[in-house]
Design a protein around this ligand. Structure first.
Ligand code: HSE
Length: 436
């Protein structure tokens, strides 16, 4: 039987999962890959107590793995974009195929890495880079290959979904839940990547590139995180029949491609509203198939390992017949990829949730509704919430119909200028999802 040797670089949360799942399921993995897979070297700065390394060849220098003649596939699980980039390029220069879970690396340097790999007849796979254990890359690149994708929208960061779900269902504090997400190994080494939406933007760039056959790029991608969300907005949204989710949305229109990551109100009746804790879910709307939904764990040790090892098996199956049976990393050859205009967020159309504090006296709401109607924005719902006794201001919450963001911005300036309104107008975008 053919032998395929794997070198693992990085033995953190995901690395340990890969080591343990390969060790545990080796017979099934070998049967599916139709070869004998083994871990010939592990590169890690320190051992991981979750792995029994007693029979393993361990190096403290990950570059040993990238250069090891006894390694066919290098699995990069160290994260970051500097050393990881050097590691992957070293592996390719040494004739190794590469599997990575590193979304930042693929989003920022994917085109360079893929070109290098193609020139050397090598494969780079990255299923685990997006949505943890959900095989969304394979679904987009292969399962939906016959379609024109119209849009995709999803929860693609497990940590933010965990935080939002726990704030919503248990009323827990943001910082408390983030600490738990870190302890569970969901969060990035720098958790601001999760809470500020950067991790999701890397994943959305990868999904959009495959869905729309465009070169990988973060240019023009609008990114907002959940750190500024207030618990009262989660509560008010629920009162109005909506959940707040952190979504990545990519949509193709005649004006260009929308690429945006931000907190979003979604109707409680939508499937995505029921996706909680570390789970991810991606809806894909495409011309032939219609709308499909992919759901599962979006982070964590073994779910992510499941995707990494699937890539190892895929490579093991086809590496001897490259380029036959090989699917290019972005679904088609680099020469077939086409650049599209990325739309400015100001030109994107969504509904909006807005909240502000206004003096509790006659005429205030009519001033606000006049501003909205002058801006051509139609109001879907409006509620007013009393403040504690003695407080003269009330919270006003408005849901709008779909409008361009620039019209909402104009209205916000006028509302903030009213002498009866105190402080800023807060707004959150709203999507119906079935209508995107
Ligand atoms: N920090 C990421 C998340 C890990 O929470 O989704 C999986 O990519």
């Amino acid at each position: 039987m053919r032998r395929v040797k794997v070198g693992i670089c990085g033995l953190g949360t995901v690395g340990a999962g890969v080591f343990n799942v390969i060790s545990r399921n080796i017979d099934a993995i070998n049967a599916r890959a139709n070869c004998q897979i083994s871990i010939s070297q592990v590169g890690c700065r320190r051992d991981n107590i979750d792995c029994d390394l007693s029979k393993s060849n361990v190096s403290r220098d990950i570059f040993d793995v990238a250069k090891n003649p006894d390694v066919d596939i290098v699995v990069e699980l160290i994260g970051g974009t500097t050393v990881a980039f050097d590691l992957v390029m070293t592996a390719l220069n040494n004739g190794k195929h590469v599997v990575t879970a590193n979304k930042a690396l693929i989003a920022e340097h994917g085109m360079t890495i893929f070109a290098e790999a193609a020139s050397r007849g090598l494969i780079v796979s990255f299923e685990a880079a997006v949505a943890g254990g959900i095989p969304i890359i394979k679904a987009l690149r292969e399962g939906l290959a016959a379609n024109q994708v119209n849009w995709l929208a999803g929860i693609i960061n497990g940590t933010t979904n965990f935080i939002l779900s726990q704030m919503d269902s248990k009323g827990r504090e943001f910082s408390d839940v983030l600490a738990e997400a870190q302890a569970k190994g969901y969060a990035e080494a720098d958790p601001t990547f999760d809470v500020e939406g950067i991790d999701a933007s890397h994943k959305l760039a990868i999904l959009a590139s495959i869905a729309f056959s465009t070169p990988l790029s973060l240019d023009g991608l609008f990114t907002d995180g959940i750190s500024k969300l207030e618990p009262q907005d989660v509560t008010y949204a629920r009162e109005l029949g909506y959940a707040i989710k952190h979504l990545g949305i990519a949509r193709r229109s005649e004006e260009g491609i929308e690429l945006r990551v931000h907190p979003t109100l979604v109707p409680e009746s939508s499937l995505i509203a029921g996706v909680n804790d570390v789970s991810n879910a991606i809806m894909v709307n495409a011309d032939a198939v219609g709308t499909t939904l992919y759901y599962g764990p979006g982070a964590g040790s073994e779910p992510t390992a499941s995707a990494v090892i699937a890539d190892v098996i895929d490579i093991a199956r086809v590496m001897d017949s490259y380029p036959d049976s090989w699917v290019p990393p972005l679904g088609c050859d680099a020469a077939q990829l086409k650049q599209h205009k990325i739309m400015d967020i100001e030109d994107v159309e969504t509904g909006f949730y807005i909240r502000f504090s206004a003096l509790d006296k006659p005429g205030v709401l009519s001033d606000v509704t006049k501003i909205m109607s002058d801006a051509g924005i139609s109001i879907e719902a409006i509620i007013q919430r009393e403040q504690p006794a003695g407080e003269h201001y009330v919270n006003v919450i408005i849901l709008t119909n779909v409008t361009k963001e620039k019209f909402l911005d104009e209205a916000v300036v006028h509302i903030e200028n009213l002498t009866t309104v105190r402080g800023n107008v807060n707004f959150i975008r709203l999507e119906y999802l079935d209508q995107i």
